[in-house]
Design a protein around this ligand. Structure first.
Ligand SMILES: Nc1ncnc2c1ncn2[C@@H]1O[C@H](COP(=O)(O)OP(=O)(O)OP(=O)(O)O)[C@@H](O)[C@H]1O
Ligand SMILES: [Mg+2]
Length: 258
């Protein structure tokens, strides 16, 4: 079962792709775990989780009592003694929110300083990510923070594949190339591109040429229906049949290549 991290420049469509992929896997009867690794978490809405339910979600990094119970130290307590291998294997069952067959976990903000601090909450999140990557039974779709700075924190370490979402435009391409370089250092086996918000063949060709030799898994067309769904707080899943078919093709190519 593939474990995929989705990254790219801000606003390109990472969360839209993550939400649609996760819903498609669930609809196909595949056990899927959607991980929101963006501190500005909004994968729930892309999955179609009603706002009231999404509002009750507590990010793992903010579960202070659980973190203390598992690591033996209070979150934020640097330099204290704590377990470096906390028990995490029951966390997905305990804390994932279930919606239409997708299980969603929200990681929350950690290590904003970027110094890789060894505080209890970071140790717990790292242990959890490692556990998820090696769990055979689940497909994992991780929606990441925009840009490249956070990649140094290693949240995506050892995922099977990184999908970099690219809009037609030089800046988005530049970020994608940087992500691809950093992904290799994280031990991510494969790096793929998905073109997003494309309007026609000229833009498809632009993306293919600019990201070469990175393989392009497929393209998501610009969709007025998806933009409209976002305005109304609805999931992009099920709002545009053509986009649905495009994401399905992306999914099949991912399974064939990852
Ligand atoms: N194929 C598409 N057609 C039209 N609009 C789209 C498409 N994909 C995404 N959008 C719109 O672009 C905006 C950004 O999308 P999304 O939140 O998925 O991007 P993101 O890369 O996750 O952003 P962030 O960097 O803020 O996390 C949203 O308003 C979304 O509805
Ligand atoms: Mg996003």
């Amino acid at each position: 079962m593939p474990k995929v991290a989705i990254s790219g420049k801000g606003g390109v469509g990472k969360t839209t792709l993550a939400g649609m992929l996760a819903r498609q896997y669930a609809a196909a009867g595949v056990p899927v775990l959607a991980i929101d690794a963006d501190p500005d978490a909004n994968l729930a809405s892309a999955l179609g989780v009603p706002a009231e339910a999404a509002g009750t979600l507590v990010p793992i990094a903010e579960m202070k009592e659980m973190i203390e119970e598992r690591t033996g130290a209070k979150p934020g307590s640097m330099g204290a003694y704590f377990r470096l291998n906390p028990k995490v294997d029951d966390l997905p069952e305990r804390y994932a929110l279930k919606h239409e067959g997708v299980r969603l976990m929200v990681m929350g903000t950690v290590d904003r300083g970027g110094g890789g601090c060894a505080c209890p909450e970071n140790v717990l999140l790292k242990a959890l990510m490692t556990h998820l990557v090696f769990r055979k039974e689940d497909t994992v779709i991780m929606d990441m923070e925009a840009g490249v700075e956070h990649l140094g924190r290693g949240t995506a370490s050892n995922m099977d594949a990184m999908i970099v979402v690219v809009e037609p435009g030089q800046r988005s391409v530049q970020t994608a190339l940087q992500v691809a370089r950093l992904a290799r250092d994280l031990g991510v086996n494969r790096c793929f591109v998905v073109g997003s918000k494309v309007r026609g063949d000229r833009e498809r060709e632009f993306i293919r040429t600019q990201v070469a030799p990175l393989p392009v898994l497929g393209f998501m067309s610009y969709s007025a229906a998806v933009a409209e769904a976002d305005l109304e707080g609805r999931s992009p899943y099920g709002s545009d049949a053509q986009l649905e078919a495009e994401v399905q093709e992306i999914r099949h190519r991912l399974e064939a290549l990852a």
